[in-house]
Design a protein around this ligand. Structure first.
Ligand code: FAD
Length: 365
C-alpha cells in the first residue's frame, strides 16, 4: 500500500453522502475527501430527497441484523450530537403511536423481531386508555393499542443538513457541484482517487455503470404548518401497521421548523406535484390525531411538500464493488435507505468506513 493517505470521492450530498464523508474524515484525518453532487443543502428538487423528510428517529428495523444495528448506532450518535451540538437541529422528543390493529397484524416489533432491544433503547411503554383516547381513540370494533417511545428524536432537516455540510467544510472536505452520468466519468475527472462512495440515492437507478433497476421511488407527501401557540410536546403517529400507506404523523420540528403533517407512501409514483385532495385528508387525519393542532381550516400552511424515498427491493445496499471500467478503484455503495435515511445514517456510514478499511487492507491502489 502507498504511504500517501488514501484519497476519497463521495458522490452525493444528501444525508447519506454528508454523513459518510464526515465518518471517513474521523477515520482518515489527513485524507483528501471531495463530495461531488448535483444538489447540496439549501437546494429544493424532487431529485433530492433529504430536505423533504419528516424527520424523526423511530426505528422500524425488524431484521435482528444490519438495519437494527444502523438504527442503534445512529440513536447513540444523535444523543451525542444533541448533547454536544444543540445548534445541529436535532432534539429529543417522545412519540405517542396508536396502532389500529393487533400487534401480530402490524408487522412492527415483536419479541422475535427486536422489541427487546427497542424497549431498552427507546424506553417503550404501553399507552394508557386515556392516552390513546387523547389521540383520537380507536374506532368502535377496532382492536388496537398504543405505545409511547419515551426516547426518540425529531430533526429539522434544513438546519441539520446545513450543519452537516458546514461541519464537512470546517474539516477540510471539499465540495464540487457537478452532475455525472456515471461513476467512471467522476473517476476520470479525479484520477488520483483511491476509493469512491456512491451515495446517490435514487440516482443509482440512472448512473450508467450502476443502473440498479431494483430501485424505485416511494412518494411521500406532507404539509408544513406553523407551530400552534401552545407548543406540541411530542410526536404522534397513527398507523394500521408497519409501512402502511395511510400512516398519519405529526412531527414538531425544533428551531422554528414548524410542524410536519404526514403522510403517504405511494410506491413507484414519480409525481412531484402535490395532490391537494391528499393534503386535505392529511390535515384532517392529523388534527384528529393531535387535537392541539386545532381545526384543519385554522392551520397556517407554510408549504405542501413532496419527496421520493429512495426504495430498493432488497433493502438498503451498503456493499463494496469493483468493476474493470473503474480502473481498479473500489466503490462502496451506500444507497436505498427508503424511509429510514436519517435514522440509519450514522450506522450505515460506520459500515461504509469498515468496508473502506477492508478495501485498503486488501491493497486497493
Ligand atoms: P438524497 O437526499 O436524494 O441525495 C442524493 C444525492 O446524490 C444528492 O446530492 C444528488 O444531487 C446526488 N446525485 C444523484 N445522482 C447524481 C449524479 N448522477 N451526479 C451527481 N450527483 C448525483 N427518514 C428518516 O430516517 N426518518 C423520517 O422520519 C423520514 N421521513 C421521511 C418523510 C418523507 C416524506 C420522505 C420523502 C422521506 C423521509 N425519510 C425519513 C427518508 C429520508 O429522507 C431518505 O432516506 C434520505 O433522505 C435519503 O438520503 P440520500 O442521501 O440517500 O438521498
Amino acid at each position: 500500500m502507498s504511504s500517501q493517505p488514501p484519497t476519497f470521492l463521495v458522490l452525493g450530498a444528501g444525508v447519506i453522502g454528508l454523513t459518510s464523508a464526515l465518518s471517513l474524515r474521523d477515520q482518515y484525518p489527513s485524507s483528501p475527501i471531495t463530495i461531488l453532487a448535483t444538489h447540496f443543502p439549501g437546494d429544493r428538487s424532487i431529485n433530492y430527497t433529504s430536505p423533504w423528510a419528516g424527520a424523526n428517529w423511530c426505528s422500524f428495523a425488524h431484521d435482528n441484523g444490519p438495519l437494527e444495528s444502523y438504527d442503534r448506532t445512529t440513536f447513540h450518535k444523535f444523543s451525542e450530537i444533541v448533547d454536544k451540538y444543540p445548534e445541529a437541529g436535532i432534539r429529543r422528543m417522545p412519540i405517542w403511536a396508536v396502532f389500529e390493529a393487533r400487534l401480530e397484524e402490524t408487522g412492527i416489533l415483536t419479541e422475535e423481531t427486536g422489541k427487546v432491544w427497542y424497549e431498552e433503547l427507546a424506553g417503550l411503554r404501553d399507552l394508557t386508555e386515556e392516552e390513546v383516547a387523547s389521540c383520537g381513540g380507536l374506532e368502535e370494533g377496532v382492536e388496537g393499542f398504543g405505545w409511547a417511545y419515551e426516547k426518540a428524536f425529531t430533526v429539522n432537516t434544513q438546519v441539520y443538513l446545513n450543519w452537516l455540510q458546514n461541519r464537512a467544510l470546517s474539516k477540510g472536505i471539499n465540495t464540487v457541484r457537478r452532475t455525472y452520468p456515471s461513476i467512471k466519468a467522476a473517476l476520470l475527472d479525479f484520477p488520483s482517487t483511491t476509493l469512491l462512495v456512491n451515495a446517490t440515492g435514487l440516482g443509482s437507478l440512472t448512473l450508467e455503470d450502476v443502473k440498479d433497476t431494483t430501485m424505485y421511488p416511494t412518494r411521500g407527501q406532507t404539509v408544513l404548518v406553523s407551530e400552534p401557540k401552545v407548543p406540541i410536546p411530542r410526536m404522534y403517529i397513527r398507523s394500521p401497521g408497519r409501512l402502511d400507506p395511510t400512516t398519519t404523523y405529526v412531527f414538531p420540528r425544533p428551531f422554528g421548523g414548524g410542524v410536519i403533517l404526514g403522510g403517504s407512501r405511494q410506491e413507484g409514483d414519480w409525481s412531484a406535484e402535490p395532490d391537494m385532495q391528499l393534503a386535505k385528508e392529511i390535515m384532517e387525519r392529523c388534527c384528529k390525531l393531535c387535537p392541539a393542532l386545532g381545526r384543519p381550516e385554522d392551520l397556517q400552511i407554510v408549504s405542501h411538500n413532496v419527496g421520493l424515498r429512495p426504495s430498493r427491493k432488497e433493502g438498503t445496499r451498503v456493499e463494496r464493488e469493483k468493476k474493470s471500467e473503474w480502473g481498479g478503484v473500489s466503490v462502496v455503495h451506500c444507497y436505498g435507505h427508503s424511509g429510514a435515511g436519517y435514522q440509519s445514517s450514522w450506522g450505515s456510514a460506520e459500515r461504509v468506513v469498515e468496508l473502506v478499511g477492508k478495501a485498503l487492507e486488501a491493497g486497493v491502489k
